[in-house]
Design a protein around this ligand. Structure first.
Ligand code: EPU
Length: 336
């Protein structure tokens, strides 16, 4: 375990924003994480702490992150442990997509629709990632996390994780660092093809899990810009949830308004991408940031963006959507 100073984060965030961490450390296991946290308590107890994962959901807004950035060292999905009947515990630093591929190879199902989402197992349990009608929380059994103050590790049951749309207990209580996640996967495969046009992308009427995975990967590749080519952090905003009356008002004015049920709330989830496109932002640039031409929910770094370019673009979009529709778009990406 080594604490590094003035660490270059450009390769550690998928937006490709130039930023430096005051301190940076990687840890291979819980005992090394405890050493890093103990170092912080001893040397800079008030410094902010940022677990970075694959850096696929964050935006550095200043050139220097004044605090300690920590990263769980990458580990192969082969290091997962099967306990019993589909219950699998995975180290937080494993890439989520590698774990999904591993689970399909081992005939354990449920996560196929989340294929190809960047990020680690730990981060996906904080963010409650979702795609094509599946949220990761549906398959999470328990989460282990360590308290940065007491250095004690404990298990959170599903209820304590307080999962909701792109939300969890850990998102609001940042002093918990997720160390591992236990999933409850199914030994039988039941395809979930209800979302949008996903069924039409699969030729086979009774697809295998691998075929669903491949269709999801193809769908994502066709409409989401590759962060290695054009820096981005996936969906920049959350899809707004509104009351039925608000949806009806919009529908009577605009005719077709893409929407989905918001589970459990009796409300409706609108498409932020549609609102942004209607507001005239698809493909438009501001400074060194732009709205992707492929998908209007993705903000991209056009080459030399600083964090503040993306912040300006974000604000301009929020203003226009608020003025046109009276709806506040809330970023999904974490600002630092
Ligand atoms: N649309 C537009 N313009 C566009 C793109 C989309 O008007 O440029 C409209 C279309 O009507 C389309 C609708 O938006 O039918 C929904 O688009 P899409 O199916 O791509 O889904 P999304 O709501 O934009 C969400 C997730 C994605 C996830 C997809 C697929 C959020 C914030 N985003 O996007 O997750 O991959 O569904 O399930 O919920 C991510 O979180 O980073 C992410 C990529």
């Amino acid at each position: 375990m080594e604490i590094r100073e003035s660490y270059n984060l450009k390769e550690s965030n998928t937006f490709g924003i130039k930023a430096t961490a005051q301190y940076y450390a990687e840890y291979a296991n819980v005992s090394e994480l405890r050493q890093v946290l103990a170092w912080r308590k001893e040397n800079c107890p008030y410094a902010p702490l940022l677990p970075i994962g694959e850096g696929s959901n964050l935006l550095f807004t200043t050139p220097t992150y004044r605090g300690l950035v920590i990263k769980a060292a990458k580990q192969s999905a082969e290091n997962v442990m099967i306990a019993d009947g589909g219950r699998v515990t995975v180290w937080g630093g494993v890439k989520m997509d590698e774990f999904i591929a591993w689970s399909i190879r081992h005939n354990l199902y449920g996560l196929e629709n989340l294929s190809h989402i960047p990020g680690t197992v730990g981060a996906s349990a904080v963010q409650n990632i979702g795609a094509y009608g599946t949220e990761v929380s549906q398959y999470i059994d328990t989460v282990r996390a360590i308290d940065v103050e007491t250095l004690k590790e404990r298990t959170f049951d599903k209820e304590e994780c307080a999962y909701a749309y792109r939300d969890s207990h850990f998102k609001h209580h940042r002093h918990w660092i997720v160390t591992s996640v236990t999933y409850m996967l199914s030994p039988t495969f039941t395809p979930n093809l209800k979302y949008g046009n996903i069924a039409s992308l699969i030729a086979n009427q009774e697809p295998t899990a691998q075929e669903v995975r491949e269709a999801v990967i193809a769908a994502r590749e066709s409409k989401l810009p590759d962060p290695k080519v054009q820096g981005n952090a996936g969906s920049f905003f959350m899809n707004p949830i509104v009351g039925i009356q608000e949806y009806n008002n919009l529908a009577s004015e605009y005719g077709f308004v893409p929407h989905y049920p918001a589970p459990g709330s009796g409300q409706t989830k609108l498409s932020a991408a549609w609102l942004i496109e209607q507001a005239g932002w698809k493909g438009r640039a501001l400074g060194n940031a732009a709205v992707s031409e492929k998908h209007s929910l993705i903000l991209v770094n056009t080459g030399r963006a600083k964090g503040r370019d993306v912040v300006m673009l974000c604000k301009a979009i929020q203003n226009d959507v608020r003025n046109q529709f009276g709806i506040d778009l809330i970023p999904e990406v974490n600002f630092l």
